[in-house]
Design a binder for this molecule. Structure first.
Ligand code: PBG
Length: 324
């Protein structure tokens, strides 16, 4: 089975995220999970966002939960000595990332939606999103690794595995791999329309995932590409069985978001990325100004057709009840 519409209805938390009124429950808070214990490192350029070891992460998520956040996106950060050509650590069930997924599911069960980033870039020693052969990022072998990572996250309990790599054909390959391992209720969120953007800078710092050579232009979309390319990517992923279609970044691509939302049937997410967050945090040092900017931005995403917003602002929105 390629498409299982029931995946998005599987738990109340998923239904609230995808089909409720646009509200606090439509937001997803990203987290950077590091190895160790007691670690709570502020990330340069991203005020209020920290790299955290699993123990601190759980406390943070518990606190956010008490303020009304119900969905999280986890990025597993790998120590440099654990990185290699194959991104082995990314699918290692004994890693801190997998431990975080298991712990969250055992504490919160179905009352939260756990999304996990599926990519190679945080675990490869060259920082690329795929495997590199003769200086090129190869597609199909990378997809095989992505499937292994996705299945390992599903096994740990992820609600949605989120393919952020932009390899061709990975959504259908991941869906098939999940089916083969009987993870029929695990969904795939696809970073379908992802541009090779200059707005990811602070994230790459946070995730230690900058490419050592070259850039991401052979897989991520060209910023000058037209609507046809955007809708093609979204439609391909929908056909391949994506449960949620994402556009990324958000603010510079609101027009694309609207086009994509009008072109596909599955729920639409938008990623309000690290550079967009930093801009607001740098400009709006004062809370009231921040509230107004953040609420205006969230309204723009809703208007452009997003049901779900992945945003670093979620915590502050929840804490001060800026959204219902
Ligand atoms: C990994 C990935 C990136 C982001 C999310 N997943 C960085 C990249 O593609 O280089 C960026 C998120 C952000 O900037 O907040 N492939």
């Amino acid at each position: 089975m390629k498409t299982r519409p029931r995946i998005n209805r599987w738990t109340e938390a998923r239904r609230n995220l995808l089909f409720g009124d646009f509200s606090l429950q439509s937001l997803v808070q990203p987290h950077f999970v590091v190895n160790g214990s007691g670690i709570d490192n502020p990330i340069e350029g991203m005020d209020g966002i920290h790299q955290q070891s699993v123990d601190i992460l759980i406390q943070t998520i518990r606190n956010d939960y008490n303020n009304g956040i119900r969905s999280v996106m986890l990025f597993g950060i790998v120590n440099s000595e654990d990185k290699d050509e194959q991104a082995t650590k990314a699918s290692d069930a004994s890693s801190h990332m997998h431990e975080a997924i298991r712990k969250l599911k055992s504490e919160f069960g179905d009352s939260i939606v756990v999304m996990t980033d599926v990519c190679l870039c945080t675990a490869t020693n060259h920082g690329h999103c795929g495997l590199v052969e003769h200086g090129h990022i190869v597609n199909d072998a990378s997809v095989e690794r992505l499937c292994e990572i996705a299945v390992s996250h599903a096994e740990a309990g992820a609600d949605y595995v989120c393919a952020s790599d932009m390899m061709d054909g990975r959504v259908s390959a991941i869906r098939s791999a999940l089916e083969a391992e009987h993870h029929s209720s695990t969904g795939v969120l696809s970073y379908s329309v992802k541009y090779a953007s200059s707005f990811y800078g602070p994230f790459r710092h946070a995730a230690d995932s900058s490419p050592e050579f070259g850039d991401r232009s052979t897989h991520q979309m060209n910023i000058n590409s037209g609507y046809g390319e955007a809708t093609l990517e979204a439609m391909l992923d929908e056909e391949e069985g994506a449960d949620i279609i994402m556009v990324k970044p958000g603010l510079p691509y609101l027009d694309v978001l609207r086009r994509v939302a009008d072109s596909v049937h599955r729920p639409i997410a938008v990623y309000n990325v690290s550079g967009e967050y930093s801009m607001v945090m740098n400009v709006a040092k004062e809370l009231e100004m921040r509230k107004q900017m953040v609420c205006e931005i969230m309204t723009s995403f809703k208007r452009a057709g997003a049901q779900v917003v992945i945003t670093y602002h979620a915590r502050e929105i929840a804490k001060h009840a800026w959204m219902k």
